[in-house]
Design a protein around this ligand. Structure first.
Ligand code: 26V
Length: 801
């Protein structure tokens, strides 16, 4: 039971009115939604503070090991609903709002959606924070307080345009500025020798932390996400104009990089990486020193988790502190550093593995670079002893520095005590192919932790209708223990449950349809199959294959009466942002929108086929989309998608996966069995062999396959009459002459999977059963399971006592 403001409806109404009046000098009936949101947020934050202070007090007393999750991205989404629900006060507030004549939902939706991430990696970090707090585990996020999050997407004449995401324009109620814990981060300068190396930076940037509370589910535990803001240091850089210094430092916590592909701004990105890594390490070390007076026991109490290679610099930074400030011997410092760092790899795409040119790193971070050189020298010597001079090739290949670059993944593997992949298949590929040679040296370091999603946000909060239905059959145990969803298996043959499930699905489809109508003025048929692909736009994710298949469907609806008679109406929904500089991805967006325009306006077919590209897909949109899907498109070229997490969100909300055996789809397939999933295409071994042995010739397919030729020609023959004839010629050429991701190769088997899904949907009763099996089996993908695995097998942390 809560005391104070949230004790009951009346006390809330009284305090809410009073605070609104004090703050905005207004009567409640004259208030705006912004004002009501701000007051509600403030009252909730104050309530959270009580638990926050208590949690911190306990931790100060306890000798407890904690994990610090360093990630360049945290895609948090809105916090208000989450906080109200986890604090157990949403009902009181809702009742009060109803009495006052205001809509709580609408007020919640006023909150801006902090988009401090690009996609899967950032959203995973957010889910993990939720699970850490809800399991009562001491775990903290560490990131940058980007002034602008991921760009807002606008679609204009079918093309993507990027607009700044000004998420802080009206302040952010959840954050607390911690001026006292600010630290200075050094850059540039040189190294002098005075009985040891002494680093003389030429510039400092002040890092000021803003803490955002992370509220556990009904357990009074509050953790934090620490966001670092870049500000001017009191130690002013000599010879720099105020203007220059100010504008440079603004950029550090200025924008989130929407793309790792571009070369410009590389130095800035490295600055960002060091900035938040060093600030985080410094503040944690300071806290530890204050409590224990020594860093000798750091490894007993602290784990730094490195989420992808972006925060790798915490390794040399910790070495720098231990050597230069604590004056430890190298071996002792290295021993501690190895015991406190753990690394997760999130991709095997070679182009996404970070390599920093020495030319950029050395001038910016001279002492850090020098330490990496020394780590590398020692690693190479160690390797030499193991494998001998005759294997110098291997040493060159595995070295941390080579060909003028620092290979960040190598530094992580060499330093960390744990290296993990994010799904079984992905970890196997790391061990057996991509990082095989490291695995041979350090087999004990490699481990798998399959990704997960927080079932609180992605089921309990966003799909209250389904949650209520599930509760009726299996009780409410699954809310705390998502594995209990499996109890549903006992009921999947019950007609009533299946009908009720279909009703819920229909409600969620209607809610989504309403939003789409409101935003895009397109009416969609909620009895049609909602077939959805939402994720970042990348060639390997193959939105293009989806688009080609839709062109095939359209063609057949126009020309083949048998096909039309058999076809269950479909609504294909896409949501995707393309990196601003990713030309090809942006062309695919244009193509999807062009197809949408043509088919949606064709009265001969548009009762059977609609195509929607939702604008500005983000976490909040996803919360409406996931519950509304019938089919979840997970169609990456096998071996390329490390895990995927959208696949899990769809599954938990009762969509059937139509996908390749890639990432976590493999595990979904194992769990639900072939009757409850539509698998197609080459598997990872076949793809790997085809890459290795070569011999794939898409031109041959184009020449010999009439259907594929017809579809590809529609891209360039004026079929899209409103577009320039060469609008899609780059897509055409790519498919015919490169097709790096085997779109043409997998096309027919993809089409067949769609045919089977279309047939299966005709038996709605059977379809509902399949969906229910998916829900029942989805508990394993709750991030509570992932976090328990990390806590037990990697971090060795225990719940707060
Ligand atoms: C970055 C880049 C940059 C260069 C061009 C190609 C490319 C492709 C992918 C990436 C993202 C790398 C890191 C990442 O976001 N990985 C995602 O992590 C998710 C959480 O583990 C996982 O579910 C996704 O499968 C994985 O792509």
């Amino acid at each position: 039971m809560r005391t104070g403001v949230f004790r009951n409806k009346d006390s809330f109404i009284r305090d809410f009115k009073k605070r609104l009046k004090q703050t905005y000098l207004k009567d409640i009936n004259d208030s705006t939604i912004r004002e009501r949101y701000n007051i509600l947020g403030t009252l909730v934050r104050e309530e959270i503070s009580k638990d926050w202070i208590k949690t911190n007090k306990i931790l100060e007393k306890n000798d407890q090991r904690k994990v610090y999750y360093f990630s360049m991205e945290f895609l948090m989404g809105r916090l208000i609903t989450n906080n109200l629900m986890n604090m157990g006060i949403r009902r009181v507030v809702e009742e009060a709002f109803n009495d006052l004549g205001f809509d709580l939902n609408e007020t919640e939706h006023y909150e801006s959606d902090p988009g401090l991430g690009n996609g899967g990696l950032g959203r995973l970090a957010a889910c993990y924070l939720d699970s850490l707090a809800s399991l009562g585990l001491p775990g903290y996020g560490n990131c940058i307080r980007y002034r602008y999050g991921l760009f807002r997407q606008r679609i204009k004449q079918g093309y993507q345009e990027e607009r700044p995401d000004n998420w802080l324009s009206d302040g952010y109620v959840w954050e607390v500025r911690k001026e006292e814990e600010a630290v200075d981060i050094p850059f540039f300068g040189n190294i002098e020798w005075h009985d040891g190396f002494v680093y003389k930076p030429s510039e400092y940037i002040r890092a000021v932390p803003y803490d955002v509370p992370i509220v556990g589910d009904s357990n009074n535990v509050v953790n934090a996400l620490r966001l670092w803001n870049a500000e001017p240091s009191k130690r002013y850089p000599e010879g720099k104009s105020a203007f220059e210094y100010e504008s440079e430092l603004q950029k550090i916590s200025g924008i989130l990089y929407p793309d790792d592909t571009t070369y410009e701004g590389k130095q800035l990105r490295l600055k960002q990486q060091y900035f938040f890594s060093a600030a985080g390490v410094k503040s944690i070390v300071n806290k530890h020193l204050k409590k224990y007076g020594t860093l000798d026991n750091l490894a007993d109490y602290v784990v730094f988790h490195i989420n992808d290679t972006h925060p790798t610099l915490i390794i040399p930074e910790l070495m720098r502190i231990l050597l230069d400030e604590q004056h430890m011997e190298w071996d002792k410092a290295w021993d501690i550093t190895q015991k406190v760092t753990a690394y997760t790899n999130h991709t095997i795409l070679a182009e996404a593995l970070e390599k920093w040119p020495i030319d950029i790193m050395k001038p910016l971070l001279p002492r850090i670079y020098q330490l990496i050189e020394e780590i590398n020298r020692r690693f190479c010597l160690e390797l030499l002893e193991k494998v001998g001079y005759q294997n110098s090739d291997l040493i060159n290949e595995l070295a941390i520095i080579g060909n003028g670059v620092v290979r960040m993944a190598h530094l992580c593997i060499v330093s960390s005590y744990s290296v993990n992949g994010v799904a079984k298949l992905h970890t196997d590929i790391l061990k057996n192919i991509e990082m095989k040679k490291f695995y041979d040296i350090y087999p004990e370091k490699f481990i798998n932790v399959t990704n997960g999603i927080t079932h609180r946000r992605w089921l309990l909060h966003t799909n209250t209708e389904l949650t209520e239905l599930l509760e009726k059959y299996i009780g409410s145990g699954f809310k705390k223990h998502p594995f209990e969803l499996e109890k549903l298996l006992d009921f999947v043959d019950e007609k009533e449950l299946k009908e009720a499930f279909l009703k819920v699905k229909k409600i969620k489809k209607e809610q989504l349809a309403q939003r789409i109508y409101k935003e895009q003025k397109i009416k969609i048929d909620t009895d049609s199959i909602f077939d959805i692909q939402v994720k970042r736009l990348h060639e390997y994710k193959r939105q293009l294959m989806n688009a080609l298949h839709i062109m095939y469907v359209y063609h057949n609806l126009k020309t083949n009466p048998d096909f039309k008679a058999n076809y269950v109406p479909h609504t294909f929904i896409f949501g995707a942002k393309a990196a601003a500089g990713y030309y090809f991805a942006k062309k695919v967006i244009k193509l999807i929108n062009t197809i949408a325009k043509k088919v949606n306006n064709d009265s001969e077919t548009n009762e059977y086929l609609k195509v929607i590209f939702v604008e500005n897909y983000n976490v909040s949109y996803a919360e409406m989309i996931m519950p509304a899907a019938d089919i979840s498109e997970q169609i990456s070229t096998a071996s390329k998608e490390a895990s995927g997490t959208g696949n899990m969100k769809f599954m938990m909300n009762g969509a059937l996966t139509l996908g390749t055996l890639d990432g976590a789809n493999v595990e979904i397939d194992e769990l639900v069995g072939q009757d409850n999933i539509f698998i197609f295409g080459m598997n990872a071994d076949e793809v790997t062999n085809l890459y290795k042995n070569g011999g794939y010739n898409p031109k041959e397919i184009y020449n010999n396959d009439e259907e594929i030729r017809m579809l590809l020609e529609q891209l360039v023959n004026g079929f899209f009459e409103d577009e320039k004839q060469d609008e899609f010629s780059d897509i055409f050429n790519n498919l015919v002459y490169n097709d790096n991701y085997f779109v043409l190769k997998d096309y027919h088997s993809y089409k067949e999977a769609h045919r089977l899904a279309n047939e299966a949907y005709k038996n709605k009763n059977e379809w509902a059963k399949k969906a229910l099996v998916n829900i029942a089996k989805s508990g394993i993908f709750a991030s509570d399971r992932s976090i328990n695995e990390y806590a037990e097998n990697i971090w060795h942390i225990k719940p707060i006592k």
